[in-house]
Write a protein that binds this ligand. Structure first.
Ligand code: PLP
Length: 405
């Protein structure tokens, strides 16, 4: 006899499955760390906390230079990078890799920058060849007085969260160098930092932009800028009128463990704990775990007979997989069914991908069983929403995880 189906109720037993590509699941250790009284942000305990955070952050960004932490979302950290280094009317080079690149471009334009926006199909990352060609033309190109370069910054999104495509930053750096161009390199690592390998200094980035709610496994509310000497020099010489986002004010105060205004103290407790966790696991292990869980996810998607949005395997993202819906099926209907029946949130299709893709987040605090649970939820969701697929994707992922890499 079939057991009776439970009557519909608002009550949800068990944990919600948050499988969006950020905000990510906040580990219990981080929640416990934040569940403490807020302290005097001008006192000695705070100075110690700040010192530990700056020390723990540097290796995650891959720099020995300063990392600035703002009480802000990632969008604020985008703005900070711009207003400290660039002036209205400055020309910058950006690439249409997806929705976040498009939104960053909008911020740049609102602040008065002139953006050369290289069009893209939202299935590929930044083409290093295009970077080199644009910069070479800028240095010597037609209409340029004595070959004087106009492009002041190359601004790229490392991991495009809307598409699941990771751009190759070292190759982009090499392209800039091959063109012998002096533009600043600004990299949005908002959804890659702490999950995918990244080295601010060794890869020659000038400003690296991060935030709290992805690989750092924290709630939203902290935006970050790692800055090179060249970026600091640009900030000293110019930039835009700024106050809240001013690096100089921050660095002056940070030197003694303080902030120019009230910091997000309890988020900083959480950040210290998250950094401890990342360093306990070891960054190389963190990256390997993400790579393995991402490949398991792709095994499942292929076995379902669905298409991965990222068109170039060398650019597959290890933090999320965007899956294309079969023609005639709305990703929103599928996502709603998965949420209401299995209490799992999957990432929405953003911008021009609305309704056409769903995104499986596999970043932050997760392990083999979290992923298998999420993939089982996707497979059951596809079934109940009537989305054509071959069964057995979850099984394929399990096989991959058992075999190891
Ligand atoms: N850049 C990327 C790659 C993102 O994924 C996001 C948010 O998801 C942002 C920028 C914007 O960050 P926020 O929403 O915290 O302002």
């Amino acid at each position: 006899m079939q057991p009776a189906k439970p009557a519909p109720t608002r009550f949800r037993s068990g944990r919600h499955f948050l499988q969006i590509p950020g905000p990510t699941n906040v580990p219990d250790r981080v929640l416990r760390a934040m569940d403490r009284p807020t302290i005097d942000h001008r006192g000695p305990d705070f100075a110690r906390l700040a010192g530990e955070i700056f020390e723990g952050l540097r290796p995650v960004f891959g720099t020995e230079g300063p990392v600035i932490v703002f009480p802000s979302s990632g969008t604020g950290a985008w703005e900070a990078a711009i207003v400290n280094t660039l002036a209205p009317g400055d020309r910058v080079l950006m690439f249409e890799t997806g929705q976040f690149a498009t939104l960053w471009k909008r911020v740049a334009e609102r602040l008065g920058l002139v953006v050369d926006f290289v069009p893209g199909d939202w299935r590929h990352g930044v083409d290093p060849g295009a970077v080199e060609a644009r910069l070479a033309a800028d240095r010597g190109g037609q209409g340029k007085a004595q070959g004087k370069a106009e492009i002041k910054a190359v601004m790229v999104v490392h991991n495009e969260t809307s598409t699941g495509v990771t751009s190759r930053i070292p190759q982009i750096r090499q392209a800039i160098d091959r063109a012998h161009h002096g533009a600043l390199l600004m990299v949005d690592t908002i959804s890659s930092l702490g999950s995918i390998e990244y080295h601010h200094a060794a890869w020659g980035a000038d400003v690296t932009i991060g935030c709290s709610q992805k690989g750092f496994m924290l709630p939203p509310g902290l935006g970050m800028n790692a800055v090179s000497d060249k970026a600091l020099a640009a900030a000293r010489q110019g930039g835009m009128p700024r106050s809240y986002w001013d690096w100089e004010d921050m660095l002056k105060n940070n030197a003694s463990g303080f902030f120019p205004y009230t910091p997000a103290t309890n988020l900083l407790y959480g950040l210290r704990e998250a950094l401890t966790m990342l360093h306990e696991e070891g960054l190389a292990n963190v990256f390997a775990r993400h790579a393995r869980l991402a490949e398991a996810t792709r095994c499942a998607v292929r076995a379902w007979g669905l298409e991965i949005l990222c068109a170039e395997p060398a650019e597959y993202s290890n933090v999320l997989t965007a899956v294309m819906m079969p023609a005639g099926h709305d990703a929103e209907v599928f996502r709603a069914a998965t949420l209401s029946r299995f209490d799992m949130s999957l990432g929405v299709g953003l911008g021009r991908l609305a309704g056409k893709v769903f995104r499986i987040g596999h970043l932050g605090d997760l392990n083999d069983l979290t992923l298998v649970g999420a993939l089982a939820g996707v497979e059951m969701g596809l079934t109940i929403a009537g989305v054509p697929h071959r069964p057995g994707g979850t099984q394929e992922a399990m096989k991959f995880l058992c075999d190891g890499v």
